[in-house]
Design a protein. Structure first.
Length: 142
């Protein structure tokens, strides 16, 4: 007879002043055991919630990734722990500039011999007019 032991983990809301407060009824991040999910972040100033760098997808991508990073760190992880980024863009024309900012961020946050996270990029209509990019992430910590 085989006996399976199931581990149960508490679900914890992750909050930080290093990223903008959620605009609606959701958490910045949620951690359950070693899994951390970061809600979609945009190019907002963490203190004011103001959308930054209107029309500049590269600068918006860099700001958005810093917001994601703040939540990952508040959840006890680092960008090295991220296994998946999902990037949402408003148009294909923005892919090159986004990809350039993303590559710079990865180079600054993942060791040269480290494993880069997976990434998916999709093109959608985003919830706020000034948003050219939104990014969410999933990390496995520990």
């Amino acid at each position: 007879m085989k006996v399976r032991t199931l581990m149960t983990y508490a679900k914890t809301e992750i909050r930080t002043d290093g990223a903008p407060a959620p605009a609606w009824s959701f958490s910045q991040g949620v951690r359950k055991g070693p899994i951390l999910q970061v809600s979609g972040q945009g190019p907002q100033d963490p203190a004011t919630g103001e959308y930054l760098f209107r029309g500049d997808v590269k600068a918006q991508t860099a700001r958005t990734l810093e917001n994601v990073k703040a939540i990952v760190e508040a959840g006890g992880g680092t960008i090295e722990d991220v296994v998946m980024f999902r990037v949402y863009l408003t148009t294909r024309e923005h892919f090159g500039a986004m990809n350039e900012a993303y590559a710079e961020f990865i180079a600054a946050n993942i060791a040269e011999d480290g494993v880069k996270p997976c990434r998916t990029t999709v093109f959608v209509e985003l919830p706020q007019e000034p948003m050219l990019v939104e990014i969410d992430a999933q990390a496995v910590i520990g």
